[in-house]
Design a protein around this ligand. Structure first.
Ligand code: ATP
Ligand code: MG
Length: 476
C-alpha cells in the first residue's frame, strides 16, 4: 500500500535539525509508534546509498520482482548498515508477492519456514531472502493467512500478509524498519529509524513488553545490535529485559544455538558476554556456567571466558578462522570439571570414567538450552580429552599428541587456562611451547630429559598386539 501522506525531507543528515533534535525526535516518536503509517521519505539524492553497494544478486531479485508487477524493497540490516557506512552481512528483500508468486518468478527459489514462510533465492553460496510483507497477526482471514500465539504471548506462526506500513510495525527495532525502494530509489523510514541511527539508539517498535513476549529472541537481538553498532539500548527497550529473561526458556534450543553463533562470531563476543550477564540472559543459554560465575565474581571462570571471547574477537576482526567447537568447549569447561569431581567423589568413579560420564551429562544438559550440533560437540570433546593427555609426554606420546587434528586448538585452550590464572599448568604449558618451537632433535632431547616419570607404561597384552610393528611408545 502506498503511504497516505509522504513527508519528503530534503537533507538526510540535517532533518533532525529541521524538525526536532534526535533525542526529542525519538521521545516524540516513542509516544506514537505502532500507529505510524506515514513514512519519512528520503530521496536518492539525499541518502547517499547507491545500487553499486548492493549485492548484484539482490539487485537481480529486486528487478525481477518489479518487472513481474510487484513491489520490492531492500529492508532491515542492509539499509541500516549502508546508512552507517558498514558493509551489510546480507541483503534481505521484502515484497507484496506471496511466497508462491515469488517461486513462480525464480527457478532457483525454495520456500522455507513454518513460523515465517520465506522464499530463498539461491545464487551459489549467496542466498537472497525474500519475505512477503507481514500484516497484523490479529487479522486471520483465510486458511493461508495464519498466525498463532502461545500462552506466553509468543508468536508461533506469523504468516498473515499485509501492507508495507503494517510490515514495518511487525519489525523489531526502529533502525530495522527502513525500506529502500527499487522503483524510485528512495528510503522509506516508517518508524523514525534514521533519527534512531543518528541518536545511536536501539529501540523496539511498539510496546516493549508485548514485543518481547511475541518473540523473546528480540532481547538477544537488542544486545547484539547495541554492541555491533556501538549504540545504546533506550531505557524503555532495556527496562523489561531482566524481568522477561525467563521467556527465553520457551525458545527452541536450535534457534538459540543460531543466536549464540551470531552473538559470539560477530567480532563483539566479549561485549555481548558481559551484556548478557548484566541483563540476566546468559543464565538461559548456559545455566551451569552462569551459576559458577555467580558463585565466584571476578574469579578464574570469569577471566577465562572473558579472555576467550576477547581472543575470539581479535581473530574474527583479523579475518582468522574461529571454530565454534573451541567456544563451546570453553563455555562448558568449568561445569565439566565440577561434574567430574562430583562423579569421582560421590560415585567413586575412576577419573577416566568420571570424565567420560561428565562429558555426556554436561553436553546433554546443555542441549536442553542451546542445541550445539554434533560436529561441534565432537570437537569440544577432543579439546577436553587432550587437556588430560598433555602431561603424558614420554616416548612417542608428545609427538603423537601434537599430530592430533585438534591439538592446536587444545594447546591454545591450555594457554588460555594459564592466562586466566591457572598457575599449576604454567610449567606444562611452557614445556609444550618450547617443544613446539624445537626441531626434531631438540624435541627428542626434551622428551628424554623428562626422565622415568614420563616413560610410557608397557601394557601386557595377551595374544597378538595390533601395534606389534609400530615403534615403541606409539601404541599408547
Ligand atoms: P544482521 O543481518 O546484521 O544480523 P539484520 O537486521 O539484517 O541484522 P536479520 O536477522 O538478517 O537481521 O533480519 C532482517 C530483518 O528482519 C531485520 O532487520 C528486522 O527488520 C526483521 N527481523 C528479524 N528478526 C526479527 C524478529 N525476531 N522480530 C521482528 N523482526 C525481525
Ligand atoms: Mg540481515
Amino acid at each position: 500500500m502506498q503511504p497516505r501522506r509522504a513527508i519528503i525531507i530534503s537533507k538526510l543528515f540535517h532533518f533532525c535539525r529541521q524538525a526536532l533534535s534526535a533525542k526529542e525526535h525519538i521521545d516524540a516518536h516513542s509516544a506514537t509508534v505502532g500507529t505510524l503509517d506515514e513514512p519519512v521519505i528520503i530521496p536518492r539524492s539525499e541518502h547517499g546509498i547507491s545500487r553499486s553497494q548492493f549485492s548484484p544478486n539482490a539487485l537481480k531479485v529486486l528487478y525481477r520482482l518489479k518487472d513481474g508487477g510487484f513491489e520490492a524493497y531492500l529492508v532491515g540490516g542492509c539499509v541500516r548498515d549502508l546508512l552507517l557506512g558498514l558493509q551489510p552481512k546480507d541483503f534481505d528483500v521484502v515484497t507484496n508477492a506471496t511466497p508462491e508468486q515469488v517461486k513462480k518468478l525464480f527457478r532457483n527459489c525454495r520456500l522455507i519456514g513454518r513460523r515465517f514462510r520465506l522464499a530463498h533465492i539461491v545464487f551459489g553460496r549467496e542466498i537472497i531472502e525474500v519475505a512477503t510483507m507481514r500484516g497484523h497477526h490479529e487479522a486471520q482471514d483465510s486458511k493461508n493467512n495464519v498466525s498463532q500465539s502461545s500462552e506466553h504471548g509468543q508468536l508461533l506462526r506469523d504468516n498473515v500478509y499485509g501492507t508495507i506500513d503494517e510490515d514495518a510495525e511487525r519489525r523489531d527495532f526502529t533502525i530495522n524498519a527502513l525500506y529502500y525502494s527499487i522503483k524510485d530509489f528512495c528510503i522509506y523510514d516508517y518508524a523514525n529509524g534514521v533519527a534512531a541511527i543518528k541518536g545511536r539508539r536501539i529501540e523496539l517498535i511498539g510496546d516493549p513488553e508485548t514485543r518481547y513476549r511475541e518473540d523473546p529472541v528480540r532481547m538477544l537481538r537488542a544486545i547484539r545490535f547495541a554492541t555491533k553498532l556501538d549504540m545504546s539500548i533506550s531505557s524503555a527497550t532495556a527496562k523489561p529485559i531482566t524481568e522477561l529473561a525467563d521467556l527465553l526458556a520457551h525458545i527452541p534450543p536450535a534457534r538459540l544455538f543460531e543466536e549464540c553463533l551470531k552473538l559470539f562470531l560477530g567480532g563483539k563476543a566479549e561485549a555481548n558476554f558481559h551484556a548478557l550477564r548484566q541483563y540476566g540472559l546468559f543464565k538461559y543459554l548456559f545455566p551451569a556456567l552462569d551459576k559458577l560465575l555467580d558463585a565466584n565474581p571476578g574469579g578464574q571462570e570469569e577471566r577465562f571466558i572473558a579472555q576467550m571471547f576477547a581472543n575470539t574477537d581479535v581473530r574474527i576482526n583479523g579475518d582468522k578462522k574461529v571454530t565454534p567447537a573451541f567456544i563451546f568447549a570453553a563455555l562448558l569447561w568449568f561445569p565439566l570439571l565440577e561434574r567430574c569431581q562430583l562423579l569421582m567423589q560421590r560415585d567413586q568413579l575412576p577419573h577416566f570414567e568420571a570424565l567420560a560420564a561428565a562429558m555426556n551429562q554436561i553436553l546433554s544438559e546443555n542441549a536442553q538450552h542451546v542445541a550445539v550440533p554434533k560436529r561441534f560437540t565432537l570437537g569440544a570433546r577432543d579439546i577436553w580429552h587432550i587437556q588430560h593427555r598433555f602431561d603424558k609426554r614420554g616416548g612417542q606420546r608428545a609427538y603423537c599428541l601434537s599430530q592430533q587434528p585438534r591439538f592446536k586448538a587444545a594447546y591454545d585452550f591450555m594457554l588460555l587456562l594459564v592466562d586466566s590464572g591457572q598457575e599449576d599448568l604454567k610449567e606444562l604449558a611452557d614445556w609444550w611451547s618450547a617443544y613446539l618451537n624445537a626441531d626434531v632433535n631438540g624435541q627428542k632431547m626434551m622428551v628424554k630429559a623428562l626422565g622415568g616419570n614420563n616413560r610410557p607404561r608397557r601394557r601386557r597384552r595377551s595374544g597378538g598386539s595390533r601395534n606389534r610393528n609400530k615403534p615403541k611408545g606409539e601404541s599408547q
